[in-house]
Design a protein around this ligand. Structure first.
Ligand code: ATP
Ligand code: MG
Length: 234
């Protein structure tokens, strides 16, 4: 199987000196769905932000063999679709259409193709009728769903999702989980939604205090109750 994400000895401290990642190693294979669990402040978001070069600790992250660095940034960002934990970090255009079309327009797609991408992406999150709405007027859960659409419109090879089910109503949470399990795109998902991770991921990493405390198949992780308790997950 092809290794699509390779993280080697990644450490990162924020500019104020807060150490957030401490020697993280992780490999993800094509088609994997990796859940990242761990308590608040464990470093989950910080790790995900390294996958498309928003943060750059050192050159120890590779996507499809390409090092995540300044030179490869635009190729990396066309492959890796990252959905932020906070949708207000994702949506910045006046309307939903503009936000979802932003990626395809920047990839110089024609008007017809852009329309098709936007319609397809909005359909996937059940938000087709929101096209002309003003992004910053939407409810938090609506913004979460549009945020996912802004990334789906790019047809990414890898979906990186930070707490994607937060604030979704039960119906749309269920539909979202169904949608994710139906796509075979490689996924890496940080979440406190253990049931979601249980139902769609094949592998699980537990992060704590900036390190990967365990990385194994979903079955092995969830049967180890002592491990889960140790990391505030049970
Ligand atoms: N911009 C920042 N400046 C300084 N420290 C930060 C910054 N962002 C995060 N941190 C710190 O880095 C550590 C890891 O934070 P991170 O947001 O990655 O955790 P997390 O596992 O995603 O938590 P949560 O479950 O709450 O989303 C925490 O100690 C946090 O306080
Ligand atoms: Mg986080």
């Amino acid at each position: 199987m092809e290794k699509i994400i390779e993280i080697k000895n990644l450490s990162y401290s924020y500019p104020d000196g807060t150490a957030a990642l401490d020697n993280v190693n992780l490999s993800v294979f094509m088609g994997d769905c990796v859940g990242i669990l761990g308590p608040n402040g464990a470093g989950k978001t910080t790790l995900l932000l390294h996958l498309n070069g928003i943060l750059n600790g050192n050159s120890s992250v590779k996507i499809g063999g390409l090092t995540v660095d300044e030179k490869n940034l635009s190729v990396i960002r066309s492959k890796v679709g990252l959905v932020f934990q906070d949708p207000d970090d994702q949506l910045f255009m006046p309307t939903v259409f503009d936000d979802v079309a932003f990626g395809p327009v920047n990839m110089d797609m024609g008007t017809g193709e852009v329309q098709k991408r936007v319609d397809g992406a909005l359909d996937s999150v059940d938000m087709k009728e929101y096209k002309e709405r003003i992004s910053h007027h939407l409810s938090y859960g609506e913004k979460k769903r549009i945020s996912l659409a802004t990334v789906l419109s790019m047809n990414p090879e890898i979906l990186v999702l930070d707490e994607p089910t937060g604030n979704l109503d039960p119906k749309h949470r269920k539909e979202f989980i169904k949608f994710l399990s139906a796509t075979d795109i490689t996924k890496i998902i940080a979440s406190h939604d253990i049931d979601m991770v249980k139902s769609i991921c094949n592998k699980v990493a537990i992060m704590d205090k900036g390190s990967i405390a365990a990385f194994d198949t979903k079955e092995n992780i969830f049967k180890n109750k002592d491990l889960l308790k140790l990391h505030s997950l049970y």
